[in-house]
Write a protein of this length. Structure first.
Length: 462
């Protein structure tokens, strides 16, 4: 592999790894804030216990997300300096606001929340965790606005003298229709991930037995299940909207998602396909009639452009070259994203049904399923981002700059390979630490706070 391929692999590894922590952070911050609100309004000790229990897991995940996010941003200066020079005036603006506004909002008030137990007024303490939750949402929006500009560049002008894209309308960047569609879909997926994380751990505790433990974690299990189901519906609705925006802005990506080589009207959506060795001819498939037409156009008989026709149109518009992404990757990541998300929702539905009666406990089969449950939305998120980024290829900025032109011209393959191996090994170590910490604290049943202690939450802090 040359420097371009290695740089793409390195960025893919760091991005996917970082995004394992992001959806849990976004969703769990709001769920912890909800539990804290329940404790504030009812005064019931169990809600304080649950708030502190899930708060510990949130803090572990948040810390890992910060560390891996910083490393991810280094990639722009290390391996993608040509890209950074070309779009830095635009791409840097939302990222700067994310760091100066959203991240400082998160980190400042998270510190107040951690050390504010029984020190701050209860309202101020509660407001702190809600501001953390709001900060995570703002952070997500600014980052998605930057990424959406890569998918559909707006609000800029191209300066031929400097060879750079320059910002003209920051409002257009923030209100990019791709960002407006991607943000709710990402937030819904984050709540699905956090809900599955909560449900899986809570079900494990319920099965472990003990009347007090079951009474404590059953509400958390129900909250997690309901969160997953509501989020699954939101993911479906927002994904449908996003599919239509994607067809409008990047029709090649939609055609690649179905491996649709020839324009069709109507177009079916294949659940499973076996094709020829070159992938251009269908041999057997299980297809939902008219499915792709509705997903792409909103009409059951809508016309969906095929890869071959789009390739010809792009050659006329952008010049000779291949404008097809990796078809097998886009096809299977799109379906894997849907499959893993649907499996998580199915397990949550069964769990909620099993927990409908106070005396009924989840079966051992369900609890075994709950062990892998938190991994399903994480897989769905990862496949979704791989599809989003790989489906845009060969463009790093759609219609403006190809990926091969964005790599650092002076960084050789050996340097990229060295840094990629270093980061991968480092991330493997961090993964072991992350999993060990989560398993350690997830097994601990939170103790009832002792009102006689001067610092009743010392165990929470340390």
């Amino acid at each position: 592999m040359d420097a371009i391929d290695l740089a793409r692999w390195q960025f893919g590894i760091t991005t996917v790894y970082h995004f394992l922590f992001v959806p849990i952070t976004i969703g769990l911050s709001a769920l912890v804030a909800g539990l804290h609100t329940a404790w504030y309004r009812t005064g019931k000790v169990k809600y304080r216990q649950l708030t502190q229990f899930w708060g510990k897991l949130f803090l572990i995940n948040f810390a890992m997300g910060v560390v891996t996010g910083i490393v991810q941003e280094f990639q722009f200066g290390m391996n993608w300096s040509a890209y950074s020079k070309f779009v830095g005036d635009i791409f840097g603006a939302p990222l700067a606001i994310e760091g100066l506004l959203a991240f400082f909002l998160e980190s400042t008030f998270l510190g107040l929340w951690i050390f504010g137990w029984d020190r701050l007024p209860k309202r101020v303490h509660l407001a702190s965790i809600w501001l953390v939750a709001i900060g995570t949402q703002l952070s997500a929006y600014f980052i998605l606005a930057a990424n959406s500009w890569m998918q559909w560049p707006v609000g800029y002008r191209y300066d031929r003298a400097s060879g750079r894209a320059e910002l003209q309308d920051f409002g257009a960047v923030l209100t990019n229709k791709v960002a407006l569609a991607t943000f709710p879909h990402t937030i819904a997926a984050s709540f699905l991930t956090a809900g599955a994380f909560m449900l899986g751990i809570a079900l494990w505790h319920v099965l472990r037995g003990g009347e007090e433990r079951t009474a404590l974690f059953r509400p958390a299990a129900k909250l997690g299940a309901i969160t997953v189901l509501v989020a699954a519906v939101a993911v479906f609705v927002t994904g449908d909207i996003q599919g239509k925006i994607m067809t409008e802005t990047q029709p090649m990506k939609m055609a690649a998602a179905e491996a649709l080589y020839d324009t069709a009207q109507p177009a079916g959506f294949s659940l499973l396909t076996i094709g020829s060795l070159d992938g251009q001819r269908e041999l057997w498939s299980v297809t939902v009639p008219h499915g792709l037409s509705f997903l792409a156009t909103g009409s059951w008989n809508g016309k969906v452009q095929g890869i071959n026709d789009l390739q010809q149109a792009y050659e006329q518009r952008f010049g000779p070259g291949s404008y097809k992404p990796n078809i097998p990757v886009t096809y299977w990541t799109f379906r894997s994203m849907i499959l893993f998300g649907a499996l998580a929702a199915l397990i949550a539905l069964i769990a909620l049904w099993r927990l409908r009666r106070p005396e009924q406990r989840p079966s051992r089969w369900l609890t075994r399923a709950a062990i892998v449950l938190p991994l399903l939305p994480l897989a769905a998120n990862s496949f979704g981002w791989i599809f989003t980024e790989m489906g845009r290829q060969p463009w790093i900025v759609f219609g403006l700059m190809q990926t091969r032109d964005g790599v650092s011209p002076t960084v050789g393959a050996g340097s990229v390979l060295t840094s990629m191996i270093t980061f991968t090994v480092l991330y493997a170590v961090l993964a072991v630490i992350e999993v060990a910490l989560l398993l350690r604290f997830a097994r601990i049943v939170p103790a009832v706070p002792d009102p006689d202690l001067s610092e009743p939450d010392a165990a929470f802090l340390y």
